[in-house]
Design a binder for this molecule. Structure first.
Ligand SMILES: [Mn+2]
Length: 321
């Protein structure tokens, strides 16, 4: 519950180690928390990480942002706070804030949650734009009335959405190095407009936009599922998938790209099907990894198992119909 997170931050004495997801929501969440800690004169170590987490260095006080509970628990220490919005099985025996605890269907990105928690203790108004960019990065404004109102209150949607795209572009172009660079820029910028003038982020954004007009793809449709193979030097498949959703009602997009001898798969939908659950199950059947949210999930399976993945995926979707 929110009160547990507020109390944890209020009583924080030791410098925490913060672990945050390396997407726009995670990067913005981390920037907001660091802004709060800076106001309080508290230093923090931090790491941005992919999920599933491969490795992080544990410290005695840990804070996890935008990291699903199963991942956080593997690296939790005695004093740990988890602020997250992914589905989970059972609430842990530690300070924990995830709105799904009381409403399983709720979808409120971590940037909103950490902003809300810190705002109980400090005036955070000057980083509200960062919270909005993080929310947009996870499509919170499209899936939650609370988030939509919050984003609308700044009346600057176009710039805020560009901020989110700029952060994501740094990730696409430079991977984890780009994530850390983007974090520094977000931390130091005073406004969305100022961030959009940053030369590094502008260059990454332009590069990705150029690629989006040049990439090769192969589309196949099976009932309401669109399979699209994306060939690009950048991992732009989630953008391609989102664009297909914008143009088609009631569909599921399975966008995949080669990654060594495997396929990395992005799954997106505007139906009520729970893709996170299906991808976890189906990728598991193929010896791969899968998981995520209901409407946005991911998976990785070996190329030789992809036909099985595809077949099982279609049959799981049919079961839901
Ligand atoms: Mn998130």
């Amino acid at each position: 519950m929110k009160a547990e997170a507020v109390q944890f931050l209020r009583n924080l004495k030791e410098n925490p180690k913060i672990i945050s997801h390396n997407d726009a929501d995670g990067i913005c969440s981390l920037a907001i928390l660091l802004h709060y800690l800076n106001k309080k004169g508290i230093n923090a170590n931090y790491e941005l990480t992919e999920v599933p987490i491969k490795h992080v260095n544990k410290e005695s006080t840990m804070i996890f942002l935008d990291i699903s509970l199963d991942n956080a628990l593997r690296f939790a220490s005695e004093i740990t706070l988890v602020i997250d919005h992914h589905l989970f099985d059972k609430r842990p025996d530690m300070p924990f804030y995830n709105p799904r605890e009381t409403d399983e269907k709720s979808y409120i990105p971590a940037s909103y949650l950490i902003y809300e928690v810190c705002s109980e203790l400090e005036d955070m108004e000057e980083v509200k734009w960062i919270a909005c960019a993080g929310i947009i990065g996870d499509k919170g404004d499209k899936n939650s009335e609370i988030c939509k109102k919050f984003v609308d209150s700044l009346d600057d949607y176009e710039n805020l959405s560009l901020v989110s795209d700029h952060i994501f572009s740094a990730d696409l172009v430079d991977n984890i190095d780009g994530d850390y660079k983007a974090l520094e820029i977000v931390k130091n910028a005073k406004s969305a407009k100022e961030l959009l003038h940053d030369p590094y982020l502008s260059e990454c954004y332009d590069e990705v936009q150029k690629e989006l007009s040049n990439y090769k793809n192969k589309l196949e449709r099976e009932d309401k599922i669109i399979f699209v193979e994306v060939e690009s030097r950048y991992n732009i498949k989630s953008i391609i998938a989102s664009r297909l959703l914008d143009k088609n009602k009631n569909i599921i997009v399975v966008a995949y790209s080669t990654y060594n001898d495997a396929y990395n798969i992005s799954l997106r939908t505007n139906t009520d099907i729970n893709l996170g659950a299906i991808s976890k199950k189906v990728a598991g059947l193929c010896g791969g990894d899968g998981g995520g949210h209901e409407k946005a999930a991911g998976a990785k399976v070996s190329k030789s198992k992809f036909p099985v993945f595809r077949e099982e995926f279609v049959s799981e979707v049919e079961k839901c119909a």
